[in-house]
Design a protein around this ligand. Structure first.
Ligand code: ARG
Ligand code: ZN
Length: 844
């Protein structure tokens, strides 16, 4: 059943207050609710319908009188008074049996919840929609030492605790946690002097992995005050780490729940990348307190209202805490890898979709990351000051409300006077715009012509031109900047922009800072790219020039059997050796273009990508580079080795990142000697993991893999690395077989999403391994998806996206994949989640 944005109707009742009592028991928890409703006199739809799924209704009353509602698998309907009334119900649920990890479930003996988007209806009967907001009072009765819910604690005793959340919220922000947990406490004083208690709650044994997360939380609270003027609004802020979780984390009011992989950190068990990600996710969830909780979404079509904005805010935070240019480049790599793949395939959808079957399938790179890009473009178009003013108006006007994208755009229109009707197409049109760039120079005038078009996407054959901010700078022949960055506003299908008074034809640096999520098409020479790689003052475009050269060289290798481009190799080596450059930047320049990205580019140019040929080109390129650097690699390795105690700061992490890339090149020459020494000496996970990865890639790591296992088998998060790394580093012919063996390992547990993703996600990411001739990878993934669907539809459906690029490939591979997709589609009792995904992938 499909749900449409155009069908939105407000609920016919206001919820004045919610009281919930939980009698916890693993297989038979009782939930008693007492909810005050006021009928809305002018409501169009006066039906008293409460969502409810997988609930055993024990009793229901209205104003104290027993009632017998009509119950379906989706919820109940009941005759309701026309005056304010009190609804009471008692239901029974089974947290222990809840493997979907949605609603109230158990993870390693602790109770926890995940209600976004529509999980609250698995806890009790309720109008489970984000535009219904109310205050919640919660009483928890259970034997666990720690009993938590949203808001402020109002009382507790032996076996019970009570909480009251004074801020009206939708049910998706409800949370409950109960377990024998230990806290890592701290405090924060807000700018207006409010003293807030902070806790990170973990299972015993994890208490030494909380300090970094706590620091990140305190930094986030301070940053949101300093940059957005937003202050925390309760007496307490709790974070809980949970081992079994479908997503990264959840912003429940005052009680954020985290996948333990996104909060627990220690130098011995976490990599630099883990530390950075944890800092960003803690910030993200905290920032939701205003962008998501105080101002929420009217309906789930508006998901990007809170997610795009909050991703945008967390990326600003990371830029401020670390290096802005490194963050921008990494974000673009990620956007191209995940969002462009989505936007240019069967799963393409609008930043604000207009229909869906299962909302959980729309927590996507398009809603999150493209949603954030749209906000970045808006800020660039109106300017920093106007952005700040508009956002301030947003909080002033909409605090306490459930809003739409129209509300968001309106504050910008009202505060700047700008007409944003064309800009709003970024929300309503799916697909990645292409911009064709041509230029001309005559008599001191330089002309840039930009032509935009967007290919068709499912359900949207034709697209209108959008407003696209294209940041451009011009360089002179000597490498100096002759025109500083200027934002061109492309609004027409085709438009020319002129620059006067130039003494010679300049070299353009187009789409600086990646000012719009588009694909640039420009015929240019490798010499010009090399020039930009050497001279561009915009670090994004400098990296981009190198990235394009790397791609073009590999494409020539794949298509024409060419050797690695000698000029590019020279330029690359010069850059990598240049000690005056930031190591993190050098590392990014050295990082190879993704094999999936190459496949997509080949496909768009009319070729059928061969994953094995792309893999071989990458190998040959790296081998040639390593050989060309034979003399300098040992010195570079030594120079980039970080001495002293481990610290996860950005500078050390950037240096280690470069060191890891040097090690992988070195391993091609020394057969793994240096990597084995690094492994033996490692005193932190970043270098231990890097050494093991290099060895596994060289098929030399059997012994280290065993010692790694022996050392870390008691640590779930490190074991996820062990499972994932082997598959990620496996040679194409071996990846599927190895992944299959790992699914038979005693520590493989498909009920744990992190472990499932470690193996199956790594397989899907190993391009040449997953698509290896014969289709063993497809069959293995499908077997596992079908088995998991019966337990956990959400995680299954997300992983189906591994097939979204299937139309790129040759007929044989398409045939093999079609067979697997049809096998999933034909599975009995397939979940709505997975069924929607597979149908879209097959038909898109
Ligand atoms: N709102 C959460 C976040 O962005 C994501 C939770 C999504 N959960 C889900 N089951 N779809 O941090
Ligand atoms: Zn979010």
């Amino acid at each position: 059943q499909t749900i449409y944005l155009k069908d939105y109707t407000p609920f016919g009742f206001q919820v004045d207050s919610v009281h919930l009592t939980f009698h916890l028991s693993p297989k038979a928890t009782r939930v008693v609710s007492r909810i005050e409703f006021t009928p809305q006199p002018d409501a169009k739809d006066k039906t008293f319908f409460l969502h409810g799924e997988q609930l055993k209704l024990i009793a229901a009353k209205i104003d104290g009188q027993p009632v017998s509602p009509a119950v379906t698998p989706q919820g109940l309907t009941c005759d309701a008074p026309t005056e304010p009334f009190v609804w009471e119900a008692e239901v029974e649920i089974n947290p222990q049996g809840n493997t979907a990890l949605e609603g109230l479930y158990m993870s390693n003996g602790m109770y926890c919840t995940q209600c976004e988007a529509e999980g609250f209806r698995k806890i009790t009967f309720y109008p489970d929609r984000p535009d219904v907001m109310s205050t919640f009072t919660v009483r928890i009765e259970g034997d666990e030492k720690v009993l938590l819910s949203n808001g402020n604690p109002t009382g507790s005793g032996e076996g019970w605790a009570e909480w009251h959340d004074p801020w009206p919220k939708p049910a998706y922000l409800f949370a409950l946690v109960a377990g024998d947990l230990i806290n890592h406490p701290d405090r924060f004083t807000t700018k207006s002097g409010k003293d807030v208690e902070l806790n990170i709650w973990v299972r015993p044994g994890d208490e030494d992995k909380c300090a970094f997360g706590m620091e990140a939380l305190i930094k986030s609270m301070k940053w949101d005050e300093d940059v957005y003027g937003l202050e925390y609004d309760l007496d307490i802020f709790n974070i809980v780490a949970v081992d079994d979780f479908n997503m990264g984390a959840m912003e429940n009011k005052g009680l954020n729940i985290f996948n333990s992989s996104c909060v627990l950190a220690s130098p011995e068990t976490s990599t630099d990348a883990n530390f950075e990600r944890i800092e960003a996710i803690i910030a993200h969830e905290y920032f939701h307190n205003w962008t998501g909780n105080r101002i929420t979404c009217r309906d789930w079509f508006q998901l990007c209202l809170k997610e795009g904005l909050t991703v945008y805010r967390d990326s600003q935070f990371t830029s401020d805490m670390r290096s802005a240019s490194v963050k921008r480049i990494s974000d673009v790599i990620d956007l191209r890898g995940r969002q462009f793949a989505e936007d240019n395939g069967p799963l393409a959808h609008q930043v604000r979709p207009e229909s869906f079957q299962e909302i959980n399938n729309f927590y996507t790179a398009t809603i999150y990351e493209k949603g954030a890009e749209v906000i970045g473009m808006l800020k660039r178009l109106v300017g920093d000051d106007a952005y700040a003013k508009a956002v301030a108006l947003y909080f002033e006007r909409h605090d306490g409300q459930a809003c739409t994208i129209e509300d968001w755009l309106q504050v910008f229109e009202d505060s700047t006077g700008r007409d944003l009707s064309q800009f709003s197409k970024w929300y309503s049109q799916a697909g990645t715009p292409r911009i064709k760039v041509t230029d001309d120079y005559a008599d001191g005038t330089y002309t840039l012509t930009l032509e935009q078009s967007t290919p068709p996407t499912p359900g949207q054959p034709d697209k209108d031109p959008r407003v696209i901010p294209v940041a451009v700078g011009l360089l002179g022949q000597n490498g100096d900047e002759v025109r500083e960055t200027e934002v061109l506003e492309l609004t027409e299908a085709k438009q020319s922009f002129t620059f006067e008074g130039l003494s010679a034809k300049p070299i353009p640096s187009v789409l600086r800072e990646f000012s719009a999520p588009v694909i640039l098409e420009r015929e240019t020479t490798n010499a010009e790219r090399a020039f930009l790689l050497a001279h561009d003052s915009d670090s994004f475009n400098r990296w981009e020039a190198g990235n394009t050269l790397a791609k073009e060289s590999r494409i020539a290798m794949v298509l024409d059997g060419a050797a690695p481009d000698a000029d590019y190799l020279d330029a690359l080596i010069k850059l990598v050796r240049d000690d005056s450059l930031d190591p993190a930047f050098r590392s990014l320049v050295l990082s190879p273009p993704s094999q999936s990205d190459l496949a997509q580019t080949l496909f768009e140019r009319g070729h059928t990508p061969d994953p094995q040929a792309i893999y071989d080109a990458a190998e040959t390129f790296a081998q040639t580079l390593a050989e060309a650097m034979t003399d300098s690699l040992p010195r570079l390795y030594a120079d980039t080795t970080v001495q002293g105690d481990y610290s996860p700061d950005a500078a050390s992490a950037g240096k280690r990142d470069l060191n890891t890339r040097i090690l992988s090149l070195l391993t091609r020459l020394d057969g793994g000697d240096q990597a084995a020494r690094q492994y033996a000496d490692a005193d932190n996970m970043t270098v231990q993991n890097a050494a093991l990865a290099s060895l596994l890639k060289a098929e030399k790591g059997a012994e280290q893999s065993q010692t790694f296992f022996d050392q870390w088998q008691g640590d779930r998060l490190v074991m996820d690395k062990w499972f994932g790394l082997q598959v990620a580093c496996a040679a194409p012919a071996k990846a599927a077989g190895l992944a299959e063996d790992l699914t038979k390992h005693a520590l493989f547990d498909m009920k744990n999403p992190n472990r499932f993703r470690a193996v199956m996600g790594a397989l899907a990411m190993n391009q040449a391994g997953f698509h290896y001739a014969g289709g063993a990878g497809y069959k293995l993934l499908t077997d596992n998806l079908i088995a998991l669907d019966a337990l956990n539809p959400q995680t299954t459906a997300r992983m189906c996206a591994a097939y979204q690029t299937w139309k790129r490939y040759d007929d044989t591979r398409q045939g093999l994949i079609r067979t697997q997709l049809e096998r999933i589609a034909g599975t009995e009792n397939l979940s709505r989640d997975t069924s929607e995904m597979v149908t879209r992938i097959l038909n898109g």
